[in-house]
Design a protein around this ligand. Sequence first.
Ligand code: SAH
Length: 219
Amino acid sequence: MIEESFEARGKRRKLIEELRSKGISDERVLEAMNRVPRHIFMDDAFLKHAYQDKAFPISAGQTISQPYTVAVQTILLNVGKRDRVLEIGTGSGYQAAILAELGVKVYTIERQRELHRKAQAMLSSMGYRIHCFLGDGYEGQPQYGPYDGIIITAATAEVPEKLLKQLRIGGRLVVPRGERDSQVMTLYTRTGEDDWEITTHGYFVFVPMLKGIANGNNR
Ligand code: SAH
């Protein structure tokens, strides 16, 4: 694991208290978030920004999600040790690391080559065994499914049926659903071959989920 300063640990503990004061009460998730050095996933490792409860730009016009949002999505996934989880939108790799800290087997897909490479290298240098793929999340990763959980960390108006079908029965998919300016956090629980139960969990703002692998013109 990467060495880090006393200062970073202190700031992170404060962030965890802030999340608690905002209503996050799942101790397992809070502990996992307290173990992952978020600053390492940010360009220049800005300590000043890393432990504020805010989204922050990473490369390729993308963002690392706000810690509060990471907590909400992780709690809704409700994963157990050794569950298989597919993430759409690796980004910095931070959310994937939180899931790995919960004992989950993580598969994660990113459409931006640069982000995919960076996150893959970072996660493995930190000792996480996470399967990182360059690809289009709209296709999912059927060869490793069915999954106990699927987490989409980019906004989409339409939840791809292909992904809903990669859930095992009883599995959960969490997605910020909606157009550009605001999305509703939506939980799909697969209750049968062709049945999903749907619940909603407040408004959030994410970067959009885009089709295909990025080639420089379609960021
Ligand atoms: N989970 C990330 C936050 C990611 S921001 C973190 O913890 O840092 C959303 C990411 O989704 C961006 O990196 C974006 O490039 C990616 N993305 C958007 N559409 C995608 C798609 N169809 N397939 C895979 N990744 C996608």
